[in-house]
Every structure is written in structure tokens, then in C-alpha cells.
Design a protein. Structure first.
Length: 321
């Protein structure tokens, strides 16, 4: 397969390019060349996607394209050049309008499309609507296409640091704060599993729309697998909110925790259709140990969330309430 990866220098797109090269595919990565390097064995083409695609891409005869773009103009320019290839467009579960509803792929409802590019640094809430538009563009113009909507992507190299919070605590033998209700459903997907499946979808020219996530499991089960030697002390969300702890992401947050019931559906989508289409998922314990090894090898790796000192303060306050 002659594969065009739009990106190829960071996290998911890097993992996609690396996986495809390992399998012997001919891989071209198109990017600006400003945010890292491509994997060994990849041909790199410099392209600022705010501009039309260079002729070298339009004339290259690609079998498939894997794209993770957020801006509609970037997708339009790429489709103008290589619409005849099979497209695998990486969207997001953020396209769903109701975070309390875990309806499956293609069921919706989706957010209102945003047709024009938006600076997400100033308006991050536009992300879902932009992705809806990008999906529509791909489905409307590509000769064949798969739309893949990942949830929280985790694993070695994660630039968000969200799952890294739990990987750092995975060797804990004492008390660890468990946020919210232990029965709340959560789900993650290892970047390497997702990357391998995206390459499969491209190689097999598989069409369809899929939620790309791991199985939805109770938070207690995930932490039991990720932190096997810790004693998890569950602290309810009202107390955490009163203490100024933020959900999901940020330096004052506890990652993976989301307020309920308004986010009951965000981490509870059905993984079965993706698994039926070939997605293979590794155990969370393996993702945890590999992420911890990466953290130990890279002092610059990002770890989001509260400090262990702040965690200890919260646990003490919870017990003294």
C-alpha cells in the first residue's frame, strides 16, 4: 500500500506512520516539519496545509490517506489533491451533541457543523463542530472513506498527560484518591492499538463510521488493573468540587474524572462495532506499565493533574469532614 499520512510527527500520526512502515508499506508524511521528526523509513513532504497541496502529492497515486486535521480548509485542500484514494479520517467523540448520551456511531445527534476555520486556542469549544464539518467533507468527496471517532487516546508519548497521571501512581502501595463514584463508566484506547487499526482500515479499504474506544468499564475496575497494589479511597464529586478540584484536565484536575450525570455518555460508548471491524485492544495494565516506563525515560514528559501532596491534603480533609 502507498499511504499518505497527513502529519506523522506527533503521538497518533507518528504511531500510524511507524506502524505502517513496520509492515512494509510505502509511507509519505506531509507536514510543515516544525513539530518533530517522522519515523525512520518515511518519506517527508513539507506542506503548510493552509495552502493548496503541492503537485508532488496530487500526482503521487496514493492508495489511502489517514488524516487527523481539525480545520475544514486543511481537509478541503487535501481532498482537492487526493480524493481518489481511500480516506481514513480521524475525528473525535467530541462531535456528539449530548455528552450524557452514549449513543453509538452514526446515531448522533451531532453538534452543529462549523464550516470555517477557528483558532482553537481562543475558542476550544469549536473543536467538535469543526470535526463534524471535516467528517462531512471527507464523506462527501472521497471515493471511499472510514470515519473514526476516538475517545481518550493514551499511552507512551501522550502529549496531554492525562493518563500519565494514573501511570505515575501505578506503583503506589498506599492510599490513592479515587474521584467520584467507583461505578462510573470510563474508557481509554492505547495509541498503538488505534494506530494499528487505522492502518488496517486503510489497507483493507474499510468504509463506515466507528467509535474508536476501549470497553467501557467501572472506574474502580480500571484503577484496580492500573494500580494493583494501591488502596483506592473513593471521594464523591461534590466534595471534590467544593475543594476546587477540576475534572478531566489541567494542573488542578484529577484526569478521567468527569461530573455526572451530565457526562455519563462521554466515556461509555460501545466498542463492539470497532472490535468487529478489527480493532484489537491490549489490557490497561500493559498500557499503564508502558506509559510509566516512558515517563521514567523522559523527564520532559507531561503529567497533568494535582500533585501527590495535594492528593494527600484532599484525602485528609475527606476523612476529617
Amino acid at each position: 500500500m502507498r499511504l499518505l499520512v497527513l502529519g506523522g510527527t506527533r503521538f497518533l500520526s507518528y504511531a500510524v506512520a511507524a506502524d505502517a512502515v513496520r509492515r512494509g508499506h510505502e509511507v509519505v508524511c506531509a507536514n510543515r516539519g516544525q513539530s518533530g521528526s517522522v519515523p525512520p523509513g518515511v518519506t517527508q513532504v513539507r506542506w503548510d496545509r493552509a495552502e493548496p497541496a503541492p503537485a508532488a502529492l496530487a500526482d503521487a497515486g496514493f492508495d489511502a490517506v489517514i488524516d487527523i486535521a481539525r480545520q475544514p480548509s486543511h481537509v478541503r485542500h487535501a481532498l482537492d489533491a487526493v480524493a481518489d484514494a481511500h480516506w481514513v479520517y480521524v475525528s473525535s467523540i467530541s462531535v456528539y451533541a449530548d455528552d450524557a448520551d452514549p449513543s453509538g456511531p452514526g446515531v448522533g445527534p451531532l453538534k452543529t457543523p462549523i464550516a470555517d476555520d477557528v483558532d482553537l486556542a481562543t475558542d476550544p469549544e469549536a473543536y467538535g463542530g469543526l470535526k463534524v464539518t471535516c467528517e462531512q467533507l471527507v464523506l462527501g468527496a472521497a471515493s471511499s472513506a472510514a470515519v473514526v471517532r476516538p475517545g481518550l487516546i493514551v499511552g507512551p508519548g501522550d502529549p496531554t498527560g492525562r493518563f500519565s497521571y494514573w501511570a505515575r501512581r501505578s506503583v503506589a502501595t498506599g492510599e490513592v484518591l479515587g474521584p467520584g463514584d467507583p461505578a462510573d463508566l470510563v474508557q481509554v484506547i492505547d495509541v498503538r492499538d488505534l494506530a494499528a487499526w487505522l492502518v488496517d482500515l486503510a489497507d483493507r479499504r474499510t468504509p463506515g463510521t466507528f467509535d474508536a474506544i476501549g470497553p467501557a468499564v467501572p472506574f474502580a475496575d480500571l484503577l484496580r488493573e492500573a494500580l494493583p497494589d494501591a488502596t483506592v479511597v473513593w471521594v464523591d464529586q461534590e466534595f471534590l468540587s467544593e475543594q476546587g478540584v477540576q475534572p478531566w484536565a489541567g494542573p488542578e484536575s484529577i484526569p478521567l474524572w468527569l461530573p455526572r450525570p451530565e457526562y455519563d455518555g462521554m466515556l461509555a460508548h460501545d466498542a463492539a462495532p470497532a472490535v468487529a471491524a478489527g480493532l484489537v485492544l491490549r489490557p490497561v495494565k500493559d498500557t499503564t506499565s508502558d506509559t510509566r516506563a516512558w515517563l521514567e525515560s523522559d523527564p520532559a514528559a507531561r503529567i497533568d493533574g494535582i500533585t501527590t501532596e495535594r492528593e494527600a491534603e484532599l484525602l485528609a480533609a475527606w476523612k476529617d469532614r
